[in-house]
Design a protein around this ligand. Structure first.
Ligand code: FE
Ligand code: FE
Ligand code: ZN
Length: 277
C-alpha cells in the first residue's frame, strides 16, 4: 500500500488538514509547525488535534510529518540563533504530544563556516536536550542538497549526527530532489543509492520520503523542486521509487510547486503507477 500525501497549509488547524488530505486522495501529509520563516508556534486546540487523530485512525493514515521552520538552524554560530533553534525544537516537540505517533522533520542546518564537525556537535547537542523529556514522536533529519555550508548534504554527515545523538528515536527523511542534486543517482541507480544508504546510515533509519523532481541537473547542489515528471529525475524514477520493496510502506510527501488540484493529480499519478501484485 502506497502511503502518499503532500505539504498542506496549517492555517485552519489539524482536522482541516486531515479532511483536505482525504479530499485529494492522500493518506498522510506534512505541515509547518509555524511560519516557515520562523515566528511563534500556533496554540494547539486539544479537541482539534483529537479530531485529527480519530480521522487518521478511521482512514488508516500513515504517520504525518511536522516540518520545522527553515530558519531553525541548530548549528548557527550566533548565540541568539542557537537559542531560537533550541526554543523552536523544544516547543515543536511539546506541541506534537497532541498528535502522538507522528514525525518531526527538520533540516540539520548550516554550519556557516564553523566546519562540519562543529556543526554536527551542535546539532546533536540541541537534539539530545530537546529529546530529553521523551516525546511520543519520531524525529527525522532531512537529507540536504549540500548547498553552501549545509550539513547533511551526504549520507556520511547524516550518520555523524545520528552517532553523536546516540538515540534510536532519530531517523532520516530522504528528499529525492535533495539527494539527486547532492550527487546520488536515483535515476540510473536507485538500488545502488539505497545500498549506499544502508551501508552508511542503515535502512532501519529510513522513516519517510519527500518526493520532489528537481529543476536542476544531477549533482548541482541547488535544491529547487519541480513537479513530478517535469524535472531532471523524470517520471520513471518515481515509478521505480513507489514500487521499490525497500521503500514500501514509508510515508511519501510531495513538496512540488503545486496548488491542491495539482497535488491531487500527482497523487493519482503515483497511485496509478503502483503495481498491483
Ligand atoms: Fe525540508
Ligand atoms: Fe524536503
Ligand atoms: Zn528542498
Amino acid at each position: 500500500m502506497l502511503h502518499i500525501g503532500c505539504h498542506l497549509s496549517s492555517s485552519k488547524g489539524f482536522l482541516a488538514m486531515g479532511k483536505t488530505a482525504l479530499s485529494i486522495g492522500a493518506d498522510t501529509f506534512q505541515f509547518f509547525t509555524r511560519n516557515p520563516r520562523g515566528g511563534k508556534a500556533k496554540a494547539v486546540k486539544p479537541e482539534d488535534a483529537a479530531a485529527l487523530n480519530a480521522l487518521m485512525q478511521e482512514h488508516n493514515f500513515a504517520p504525518i510529518l511536522a516540518h520545522a521552520p527553515y530558519t531553525m538552524n541548530p548549528c548557527a554560530a550566533d548565540e541568539k540563533l542557537l537559542e531560537f533553534a533550541q526554543m523552536v525544537m523544544e516547543g515543536d516537540l511539546a506541541m506534537l504530544e497532541y498528535v502522538p505517533g507522528n514525525m518531526y522533520n527538520f533540516h540539520p542546518g548550516s554550519h556557516v563556516k564553523q566546519g562540519v564537525e562543529a556543526g554536527v556537535e551542535q546539532i546533536s547537542r540541541a537534539l539530545r536536550a530537546a529529546l530529553e523529556p521523551g516525546y511520543p514522536v519520531q524525529v527525522c533529519l532531512e537529507t540536504m542538497a549540500g548547498k553552501g555550508t549545509e550539513v547533511g548534504g551526504n549520507f556520511r554527515e547524516i550518520r555523524m549526527i545520528l552517532d553523536a545523538v546516540g538515540s534510536r528515536e532519530v531517523g532520516v527523511c530522504l528528499d529525492t530532489c535533495h539527494v539527486y542534486d547532492g550527487g546520488y543517482d536515483l535515476v540510473r541507480n536507485l538500488d545502488g543509492v539505497l545500498e549506499t544508504f544502508d551501508r552508511e546510515i542503515g535502512l532501519d533509519r529510513l522513516w519517510a520520503l519527500h518526493l520532489n523532481d528537481s529543476k536542476n541537473p544531477f549533482g548541482s547542489h541547488k535544491d529547487r523542486h519541480e513537479k513530478i515528471g517535469q524535472g531532471s529525475l523524470g517520471v520513471e524514477a518515481f515509478r521505480a521509487i513507489v514500487n521499490h520493496p525497500v521503500l514500501h510502506g514509508l510515508p511519501m510527501i510531495l513538496e512540488t510547486p503545486n496548488d491542491l488540484p495539482g497535488y491531487a493529480r500527482e497523487i493519482a499519478l503515483l497511485r496509478g503507477m503502483e503495481k498491483q501484485i
